[in-house]
Design a protein around this ligand. Structure first.
Ligand SMILES: [Zn+2]
Length: 343
């Protein structure tokens, strides 16, 4: 099948096939069939409008209207529980039938401002995975810094570590390439390379920084009072499989301790979340050695009761999903199709 025909088939499936499946009760049937697996949703930021396509390469943001509908949907079709409840049950090989949990990665301020009031109205819990080194720092994540500077700069070429990245043509490709490059180095080297980039791109205006803001401890405390839990999302959000072993101490052990101490909760109750969903045996073993409860990846699939508690899949929610696509993902259909029809 040519690429063009495959694209047309995909478009027709989404535009006609999926809504039809919904109308015929297909999603309800699939939900019953897959009910033994839990649904753990992965969000990032929830913003008032997606109109300006702000975070160019970060599709894991949804607008508040879609989020409100999705929360209503979850409330009506699942028993929404704390993530730790699902992880504990999987560790103890107990059923997770009909359970769902809501998670947010990175700790964006928008979760506090836009998502929390909606969850509060429905009285639902959620978990936020914090990047320990960035809470209260008034700093952006390194990948948002790359994106914001490269999106807003007027220069046409950036040189990072003796490599040139051209911005006059495919700016999105350059942003992805720089992010990929910086994800593979340790904290010190990354900070040096990001400073190199910022020096060439120029300062960001306040409006450009605003949408990337992260929570401080004050917001974390307020959300705890509302019933939120917090998990560990490393110290600086690197690709953990690429960083040297000495850096794992900071990224895994120290970040878990920092969050445990700051929130006065035992490490044994915390769940880790692999940045970029990136882990291997070395990384997974290190997380286990800290005594944490479990760890989440980003495999975009339902969470089975017999899953590995230190490599649990989640279903990502993105701004490009229609309601039918959201339901397709929540019954595990998109993951099932992806396994059979690789793109
Ligand atoms: Zn993340």
């Amino acid at each position: 099948m040519s690429r063009k025909v495959a694209e047309i088939a995909k478009h027709a499936y989404r535009a006609v096939g999926l809504p039809l499946l919904g109308m015929l009760g297909g999603f309800a049937l699939l939900r019953r069939i897959r009910r033994d697996s839990a649904l753990v949703l992965m969000y990032h930021s929830v913003i008032d409008t997606c109109g300006d396509r702000g975070l160019l390469t970060n599709v894991n943001q949804v607008d508040t209207g879609s989020f409100r509908w999705q929360v209503w949907f979850l409330k009506n079709h699942y028993e929404v529980v704390r993530l730790s409840t699902i992880v504990e049950r999987i560790r103890n090989r107990k059923p997770v039938t009909g359970l769902a949990a809501i998670t947010f990665d990175d700790g964006y301020l928008s979760v506090f401002e836009s998502a929390a009031p909606i969850l509060h109205a429905y009285n639902l819990p959620a978990t936020v995975f914090l990047i320990a080194g960035l809470v209260d720092k008034d700093e952006m994540t390194w990948y948002d810094k790359v994106e914001a500077h490269l999106l807003n700069t007027s220069v046409s070429k950036i040189t990072i570590g003796a490599e040139d990245y051209h911005l006059d043509g495919e700016r999105e490709t350059a942003i992805r390439a720089v992010k990929h490059r910086l994800g593979d180095v340790d904290l010190e080297a990354r900070e040096r390379l990001v400073a190199e980039l910022v020096g060439q791109a120029g300062e960001l205006e306040h409006a450009a920084r605003k949408r990337y803001r992260l929570m401080g401890w004050r917001e974390v405390e307020r959300l705890r009072e509302q019933g939120f839990d917090f998990g560990v999302h490393s110290y600086s959000h690197p690709h953990l499989t690429k960083v040297p072993s000495r850096s794992l101490q900071l990224e895994i052990d120290a970040s878990a301790k920092l969050i445990s101490d700051r929130l006065h909760v035992p490490i044994e109750t915390l769940v880790f979340c692999y940045p970029h969903g990136d882990y291997d045996d070395r990384v997974r073993d290190r997380v286990i050695a800290t005594g944490m409860l479990g760890a989440m990846g980003v495999k975009h699939d339902l969470t089975p009761p017999d899953g590995d508690p230190f490599a649990l899949p989640r279903v990502g929610v993105s701004r490009d999903q229609t309601r039918a696509m959201f339901m397709e993902a929540t019954v595990g259909l998109s993951a099932w199709l992806k396994r059979r029809i690789p793109t």
